[in-house]
Design a protein around this ligand. Structure first.
Ligand SMILES: Cc1ncc(COP(=O)(O)O)c(C=O)c1O
Length: 382
């Protein structure tokens, strides 16, 4: 027995993946070539150069992990931490918690800086953590916390971290290509992202970059990296043009797609792309507030591309979210942790960031509201 699968065509406005451009989908459907084919190697070099351009870095060790954002997170932590190291991890949502879990599994002593979900980590909290742990190997933060829609300012914290002689590790899964992220200017030592958010490529790849200071830490490790697959001493040769040696079989079609998605970002221009996300967020904010939604995060720390909003009083959020999907083919995300059942997470990322998306979603919400009102007043709903 076989099982033909005809997936529905959805409008993706959740926390990721986002909609992909037709050029990206077309790139994925090219006939396969070998991952050691000289043409593929040339294309990987272009991917590396475009990732450097979009991360705004000259970091030589910039590459793409053949696995999703969580593997990028794990790549940064397992390579930089050794058993017995001390590190400070900031937690203000799901993904900071995940970093702390991985760091603990590396055998590191983890000092957690915990903040109420929806808020940002303040520089004073880092200062206090550095009083307790004055020489951590690294301090890690989530730039764009997808579970709450909070955008973490990094520059002031970066200075504190470097003054303490530590490395700054940043989760940029949801910020990359959607809001300003400047690796070299902000002195970020290790960063990972994901392909499926503001880059609008299929999920399953994680752009990563290490500064020279982070590379030095790698070179001075006393112990072997616990993970074979993510050990950068081997992976880095895989991303070095003519020296390229077999490490694993690259996900060829996904990298075709990533290459095209990066081309699209560069054609648009990073600054224009950041401005587009901000402008569309403003339009969405106005519409949502008119419909009775309230934002979780205070305005100055709001992530434009991931809108976490309390659903209006009296609305059965799970029912509406399900109807958006099944009747209107629109996906939005539900809340996580303490926000489950209370908030929606509305993504306007990359290709999903357009006025068309805003109008489709808010039009569908208006129809749902009308249909509820009609039911309450006892009229028949078609
Ligand atoms: C901020 C953040 N970090 C890490 C991840 C993990 O990425 P992935 O699901 O691609 O493994 C996500 C995924 O949504 C995320 O939003």
């Amino acid at each position: 027995m076989n099982y033909p699968f005809n997936p529905p065509t959805r409008i993706l406005m959740g926390p990721g993946p986002s909609d992909a451009h037709p050029r990206v989908l077309k790139a994925m459907s090219h006939p396969l070539i070998g991952h050691l084919d000289p043409e593929f190697i040339r294309m990987m070099d272009e991917v590396k150069s475009m990732v450097m351009e979009t991360f705004i870095t000259k970091n030589h060790l910039t590459f793409v992990v053949s696995a999703p954002g969580s593997a990028g997170m794990e790549t940064c932590l397992v390579n930089l931490l050794e058993p017995g190291d001390e590190c400070i991890i900031c937690i203000n949502g799901v993904f900071g918690g995940r970093m702390a879990d991985i760091a603990g599994r590396c055998g590191a002593k983890v000092i957690k800086v915990e903040t109420e979900w929806g808020k940002i980590t303040e520089p004073d909290q880092i200062k206090k953590a550095l009083d307790v742990c004055p020489q951590p190997k690294l301090v890690a933060l989530v730039h764009a916390e997808t579970s709450t829609g909070a955008l973490q300012p990094l520059e002031e914290i970066s200075k504190l971290v470097h003054d303490a002689g530590a490395l700054l590790v940043v989760d940029a899964v949801t910020s990359f290509c959607g809001v300003p992220l400047k690796l070299d200017e902000w002195k970020i030592d290790a960063v990972y992202s994901g392909s499926q958010k503001c880059l609008s490529a299929p999920p399953g790849l994680s752009p990563v970059s290490f500064s020279d200071a982070a590379v030095k830490v790698l070179e001075n490790r006393k112990t072997k990296v616990q993970s074979w697959f993510l050990d950068l001493s081997m992976v880095k040769n895989y991303w070095e043009g003519s020296k390229r040696a077999y490490h694993h079989t690259a996900p060829v079609s996904s990298i075709f797609a990533l290459h095209e998605a990066l081309n699209l970002v560069i054609e648009e221009g990073l600054e224009n792309r950041w401005a587009r996300h901000k402008k569309i967020h403003e339009a969405l904010r106005k519409e949502l507030e008119n419909l009775g939604f309230r934002f979780l995060v205070e305005e100055r720390y709001r992530l434009p591309n991931l809108n976490a909003v309390y659903v209006p009083e009296g609305v059965d959020e799970a029912k509406w979210r399900n109807e958006l999907l099944t009747k209107f083919n629109i996906e939005v995300g539900g809340g996580l942790g303490a926000f489950a059942g209370k908030i929606w997470r509305i993504g306007i990322m990359g290709e999903s960031c357009s006025m068309r998306h805003v109008e489709l979603l808010t039009g569908a919400i208006q129809k749902l509201r009308k249909s509820e009102e009609t039911k309450v007043s006892g009229q028949t709903v078609s």
